[in-house]
Structure formats: structure tokens, C-alpha cells
Design a protein around this ligand. Structure first.
Ligand code: ATP
Length: 724
């Protein structure tokens, strides 16, 4: 019994309509609060002999009629018996009969329903987090670099699954604590916590691989998280609600509900909601039907309440079929994961598209064959193609490319790499030079298995990239164009992981890591998280990941971008040492200085083709005729132009055909184009003219690699503009 407190307001009313008007006016003025404040009222009318009392109650309250009557009676009693008189009123509901209790038990299922809905919402956002790291690893190419470093697909996925399930166990245990703390008997009585934990873990087994599968659809972690959460909510809550609502007998759609229940068994989130809801309901039914046998059992029979003593029974309301569904879902999702990862679909698609593309490709190849090819490139092609079978004849060449081509056909068709043939020997560093969009990165991507090959083949250590990509990947180191490093690891951890992936015995791992850290000047940052690294240090780490363990073939895609001059030279030293130890290195760079310092041979790539090939000196001699002259002439302030002009006239008359490339503050840069000139002639002439033209300093050199490279600029067509 509760205490009833209210403010007594007394107004003189003459008729019942006065009271009604008062209530209506007050309700209008006060709005919603009037309804809460004013729950009962009473009107006393009449003379001293005869008084009519009317009690009013606000029907929003459950007990207001009785309260209104109690107050009126109290007032009358006080009036007649004195101020100390009072009537105490109590509320003692009659015990419910069996039928009412049964009806109530049936409705109790609502608690299970609410728990299930809340659980599904929570799990929807929790399970989508399992895709985050995978999406990040794929988008930054870290997964690819790990594969290239020797990770087996099965190891990658099962270790991820194991780790995620261990992580998933923690929130599950927390959930059990919550059930225990809030006394949710259905989930805590009779060792049910174990059953609930089993259900949650089975859900984890099913949903984690599903998130892995769906992670392939996204390239950004944030987008993946939002969309997967929405997917989980829809595939859980929406399906659960529709089946539950359609099962209401009054709707007469039980058959549809039954059918949908079977269909939705493919969704782990639906199974989670249903299993928890039904587990709860089953507990309630069991409790009621066994409460006072045999009457309760009879009531259950009459009201058609069925329960399953075994909670994991396959029949309703047992949750056995959901447990089985979880187990099968997990298995199927893992199989699908491997089907996708083993590129079965990709291979099939490539086969189908190649059928359609064949005609187009032949047309292109015929066109290309008409174009004249550089003699060195043609000889390299002949050398490579003549060696059949490649595996036996090219033992000295860890990398052999045979007519390797790549056509991108997203939107318009683009020939990114055009029939490259090349053999790179042990202890050789081969440079791929080319303008932006020439096809260097695409070549690397094909060689490392990141892109499919349109035609041709390549062999690494004798293994074909088409047939034995796994074996190929175990034999290469790859530093991609953009850093594929994981932010949440330290530099030392990253290098240790890659050295283990390369199969370095555990006792040598720390020595190897220290070597790389020291050689790339990364020691001061070794134990910092990669997310705090500068761009240059990340680049050093990427290069270190490719070099560690000394794989036979190493691909470095613009490794020194963003490095300071000291770090760059240290990298060059590390690359040179690796090359001298007998490894084949293929490097791309936009720094001619770097190519001259590192490469034993190089090729300039234009529109996916090699335009020239050979050692830096060979290319300079072949394509860079003449000399470069840099001279500094002493000039008086007032005679500036005439002094310099005299010298320029002298050069142009002495070396006919010379081209002035640059001129600045008395410094001139000439290209002496005459091929017949000898070093002695050029030096002799300049020494003789030194005093007459007040030459302070001069330098004569061969044409630089950069000038050779620039001479191919005219051939690179603008793909985006679609013109040559
Ligand atoms: N996934 C892709 N889909 C379609 N076209 C692509 C794709 N990747 C690259 N390309 C195109 O292929 C051509 C070669 O690109 P690639 O990245 O290999 O050039 P690159 O020589 O490495 O250039 P950079 O020096 O700028 O790195 C470019 O025209 C590019 O636009």
C-alpha cells in the first residue's frame, strides 16, 4: 500500500458542469502536467440536511477510482467523527487463477524478445569491427606484401579467425556477467550460462568469417564499418521482427513465418536473435508447466504451450537448429573465403573475358609488330624467347619475363604493359625508368601476383607466375610504391614479423632485424609505433621489409621517395650489398642519380614498351651524342652582357651546332652536338680561351642519363587525353 499525497484545491462550484468546465480549462492551460498533477477530485453539493458528494478520478491512473472513493470516505469520516479519525485503505489483489497465470507466462516471452533485439543491435556493431583490420591491410597492400613474403593463405585466415574469436570471447563473458548481475534467470539458472556461452561462440564462428567475406567489397575501413553494421542490423533485426510478427496467430500467416524462418537461417544475426528469444521462452514455459503439477501441465496442454526439456532440441522452442545453422554457416563462409582467395572466380572471369578480348588483342599485336624496335630490346627479346624451356636454360637468371602484357579493361581498354621480354641475372640490378603511367608499377604488380597477367608469362627462380604464384611469392621481396606498413606495430615488430615469414630461424631473427635497422638508420625509431614515423622513415621500413632475409628476387618500386640524402645513400649501400650477394634486384625510380648509382642495366619504358635497354654507359653512348659544357664567365657589373655575349659567340662559332640550354648570372650550359669532337679538342679549345674570355671555371661531361631519358618524352602519349 502506498501513501497518497496531493494538494487540495477548494473551489465553490454550483453545478457539476462548473467542475467539468474547471477541469477542461485547467487541462488546456497546464497541458500534460495537469494530467499528472490532478488525479482525483470531489464535489460536495447540497444543503446542511442533504449533501451530494461526487468523487472524480483521472482514468489515466490504475488505482484512481479506489483512491477517489477512499479520499471522499475519509473526508466524510473526519467530518462526522473528528479530526483524528481516518480510514486506512489497502489493495490486496486476488491471486490469479491458473488460466490467468498461463496467459501471463505466454506474454512473458516479450522479455526474451527485448533481450534478443538489444543483443542483435550490440552484436551488429561488434561483429563489423572484425572486417576493419582486413580492409585496412588490403587497401594499403600490406596483405599482399605479407603474401609476397611467404604467408600461406590458410595461415593468414585461420590465425586471423583464431585471434578474432579470442577477442570475441571477452565481450561474450562480459555478457554473461551482465545476465548474472541483472538476474536474468532464463540465462543463468541450471548452468544455462554454459549454454548461452556456447550459443554466443557459435555465433562468433559464423559471423566472423562472414565479415571477412564481406570485407572484400570495401576499400575504406570507415565505409566498411558503417555498411556492415547496417547489414548486420537489417539481416538480424528486420528478419527477426518479420518472422515474429508473422507468427502472431491473429494474422493467420504462420505458414509464411515458418517459410521465412527456414530461409533466414543463412543469416547469423537472425539465428542469434531467434535462439536467444526462444531459449528464454522455453525456460519460461518449462518453469510454468512444472510449477504445480499436474494442474500446470494440464493447463499447458489446454493452452497448447509446448516446451523442450532439452534446450538444444531441434524442434521449437529448442535452439538446436540455430546451433547447427551457426556451425554450417561458419564452414560455408570459410570455404567461400578460400574460393575467392584462390582466385577461382577471377580465373574464370579472366578466361571468359579473354575469349571476348582475343580479337582486339590480335589487332593490337599486329599493329605493334609494325613499329620498329630498338636493337638492344629486340636482342633481349630474342635471347629470352630462344631459351626454351625457360626453367632449364635460364638457371642463371632468377627473373625471366616472356612477352608479358597487361590490358586494363575497366571502362575503356588500356594496354598498360606491352609484350615485355627480359632476363635479369644473379647479382644484377635492373632499373625500370619511365614516365608517369608508363607501366612500371603494373609490371611489378603482375610479377608479384597482385594483378592478373593478360598474356605472356614470367618465371622467378624457374617458377611460373601463372602456375606457381605461391612458390614465386616465397622467392621475392617487394617494396610497393606506397608504404604497406601496419600503423599499430613498431618498426622492430614489423621487421621481425617479415623475417619470420621469410623462414629465418628464430635464433637469427633479432640479428637480422638489427642489421636492417642499423643499415637503414632506423635504430632510434625501432621501438616506436609506425603511425608516428615520418614519411621517409616509413619508406625505409618498407625497403627494409623487402630486403630482409635476402630473397633471390627483389622488387623495389621507387624505394627512396621521400628519403633524405643520407638515408638515400644508406639505402643504396644496402641495395648494392644485397646485389653483390647474388640477388637479382629490379628497381624503378625517377632519380637518374639513383639509377646510375645502382643499376647494372636499365630500360626506359614508354607506353608499356621498352624503348631502350642496356647499361647506363651504353645508353649514354648510344643516345647521348656530344658533350655537355658548363662554364662560368667572370663579368664586370657594367659590361655584363657584352662579356658573356663574346663567349657565347666564341662557342657557337668554334663548335657549330651547339645548343644553349641554360644561362644564368654568367653561367652557361651548352650541348655540344658534334659527334666527331674528341675530349682533347674540347678541353684544348677551352684551355686556350680561358684567359681571353675570363672563364672562371668550366666543366665538360658526357651527356647525362637524364638527357637520354628526356629524349624519349615525345613518345609517351597522354592516356587521359587520349592523344599521342
Ligand atoms: N587498376 C587499374 N585500372 C585501369 N587502369 C590502370 C589501373 N592501374 C593502372 N592503370 C593505368 O595503367 C597505366 C600504367 O600505370 P602504372 O601505375 O603501371 O604506371 P607507372 O609507370 O608505375 O607510373 P608512376 O611512375 O606514376 O608510378 C596508367 O595509364 C594507369 O592509369
Amino acid at each position: 500500500m502506498g501513501t497518497f499525497e496531493t494538494t487540495l484545491t477548494v473551489f465553490p462550484f454550483c453545478s457539476p458542469s462548473d467542475f467539468t468546465d474547471y477541469v477542461l480549462t485547467q487541462a488546456e492551460e497546464e497541458g500534460g502536467s495537469f494530467n499528472e498533477r490532478c488525479v482525483v477530485g470531489a464535489a460536495f453539493r447540497g444543503s446542511s440536511k442533504y449533501t451530494e458528494v461526487t468523487a472524480y478520478f483521472n482514468n489515466a491512473g490504475y488505482h484512481t477510482p479506489a483512491t477517489a472513493l477512499m479520499l471522499v470516505d475519509n473526508a466524510l469520516f473526519k467530518h462526522l467523527a473528528g479530526p483524528n479519525a481516518s480510514i486506512q485503505t489497502g489493495n490486496y489483489p486476488m491471486p490469479r487463477n491458473m488460466s490467468e497465470t498461463a496467459q501471463s507466462q505466454l506474454r512473458e516471452g516479450r522479455t526474451g524478445f527485448i533481450i534478443a533485439i538489444n543483443l542483435m543491435y550490440g552484436m551488429a556493431s561488434l561483429s563489423s569491427t572484425f572486417a576493419l583490420l582486413l580492409v585496412t591491410e588490403s587497401s594499403i597492400k600490406s596483405k599482399h606484401v605479407q603474401q609476397v613474403s611467404g604467408v600461406y593463405l590458410s595461415n593468414f585466415w585461420f590465425s586471423a579467425l583464431l585471434w578474432d574469436l579470442i577477442n570475441f570471447l571477452l565481450p561474450c563473458l562480459l555478457m554473461l556477467v551482465v545476465f548474472q548481475a541483472f538476474g536474468v534467470k532464463a540465462f543463468t539458472d541450471n548452468c544455462h550460462l554454459v549454454d548461452v556461452l556456447l550459443l554466443l561462440l557459435l555465433y562468433g564462428w559464423a559471423v566472423v568469417p562472414l565479415m571477412y567475406l564481406l570485407s572484400f567489397l570495401f576499400s575504406s575501413a570507415a565505409t566498411a564499418y558503417t555498411r556492415l553494421t547496417i547489414f548486420n542490423i537489417i539481416s538480424g533485426t528486420a528478419t527477426f521482427l518479420s518472422v515474429t510478427i508473422l507468427a502472431i496467430p491473429e494474422l493467420q500467416m504462420k505458414h509464411l513465418s515458418y517459410l521465412l524462418d527456414k530461409v533466414f537461417l543463412i543469416f547469423p544475426n537472425y539465428c542469434l536473435g531467434m535462439s536467444f528469444s526462444q531459449f528464454y521462452q522455453n525456460y519460461e514455459f518449462i518453469t510454468f508447466c512444472n510449477s504445480s503439477p499436474p494442474f500446470s501441465l494440464m493447463a499447458c496442454e489446454i493452452l497448447n504451450i509446448t516446451f523442450q526439456p532439452n534446450y538444444f532440441s531441434m524442434s521449437e522452442p529448442g535452439v538446436g537448429r540455430f546451433a547447427v545453422a551457426f556451425a554450417i554457416q561458419g564452414l560455408v563462409f570459410i570455404i567461400l573465403l578460400f574460393v575467392i582467395e584462390m582466385q577461382c572466380v577471377r580465373t574464370l572471369r579472366r578466361f571468359v573475358t579473354s575469349l571476348f578480348r582475343r580479337h582486339k588483342q590480335f589487332a593490337h599485336t599486329e599493329d605493334a609488330a609494325l613499329l620498329p624496335e630498338d636493337r638492344d630490346v629486340a636482342e633481349e627479346r630474342k635471347r629470352v624467347l630462344e631459351c626454351q624451356p625457360v626453367v632449364e636454360s635460364m638457371v642463371g637468371s632468377p627473373l625471366v619475363m616472356q612477352e608479358l602484357s597487361k590490358v586494363y579493361s575497366s571502362g575503356s581498354t588500356l594496354l598498360a604493359v606491352d609484350r615485355l621480354s627480359l632476363a635479369v641475372g644473379k647479382g644484377e640490378c635492373f632499373g625500370l625508368l619511365g614516365f608517369n603511367g608508363a607501366g612500371k608499377t603494373t609490371t611489378f604488380k603482375m610479377l608479384t601476383g597482385d594483378e592478373t597477367v593478360t598474356s605472356g608469362d614470367a618465371y622467378i627462380d624457374g617458377y611460373s607466375i601463372l602456375r606457381d604464384i605461391k612458390k614465386v611469392q616465397q622467392r621475392i621481396g617487394y617494396c610497393p610504391q606506397f608504404d604497406a606498413v601496419l600503423d599499430h606495430m613498431t618498426g622492430r615488430e614489423t621487421l621481425s614479423m617479415y623475417s619470420r615469414l621469410r623462414g629465418i630461424p628464430e635464433r637469427y631473427v633479432s640479428g637480422c632485424v638489427e642489421n636492417v635497422l642499423r643499415s637503414l638508420l632506423l635504430e632510434p625509431h625501432a621501438d616506436k609505433l609506425v603511425r608516428s614515423y615520418s614519411g621517409g622513415n616509413k619508406r625505409k621500413l618498407s625497403a627494409g621489409m623487402a630486403l630482409i632475409g635476402g630473397p633471390p628476387v627483389i622488387f623495389l618500386d621507387e624505394p627512396s621517395t621521400g628519403m633524405d640524402p643520407v638515408a638515400r645513400r644508406l639505402l643504396w649501400d644496402a641495395v648494392t650489398r644485397t646485389r653483390e650477394s647474388g640477388k637479382a634486384i629490379i628497381i624503378t625510380s625517377h632519380s637518374m642519380e639513383e639509377c646510375e648509382a645502382l643499376c647494372t642495366r636499365l630500360a626506359v619504358m614508354v607506353n608499356g614498351q621498352f624503348k631502350c635497354l642496356g647499361s647506363p654507359q651504353h645508353l649514354k653512348s648510344k643516345f647521348g651524342s656530344g658533350y655537355t659544357l658548363l662554364a662560368k664567365v667572370h663579368i664586370e657589373a657594367e659590361l655584363e652582357d657584352s662579356d658573356l655575349q663574346l663567349f657565347k659567340d666564341f662557342i657557337e662559332s668554334t663548335f657549330p651546332g651547339s645548343q644553349l640550354k641554360d644561362e644564368h648570372q654568367g653561367m652557361v650550359h651548352y650541348h655540344l652536338t658534334d659527334k666527331t669532337l674528341s675530349w682533347a679538342q674540347v678541353f684544348g679549345t677551352l684551355e686556350a680561351a680561358k684567359e681571353k674570355y675570363q672563364i672562371e671555371d668550366y666543366c665538360v661531361s658526357q651527356i647525362s642519363l637524364e638527357q637520354v631519358f628526356l629524349s624519349f618524352a615525345q613518345f609517351q602519349h597522354c592516356i587521359e587525353c587520349g592523344k599521342k
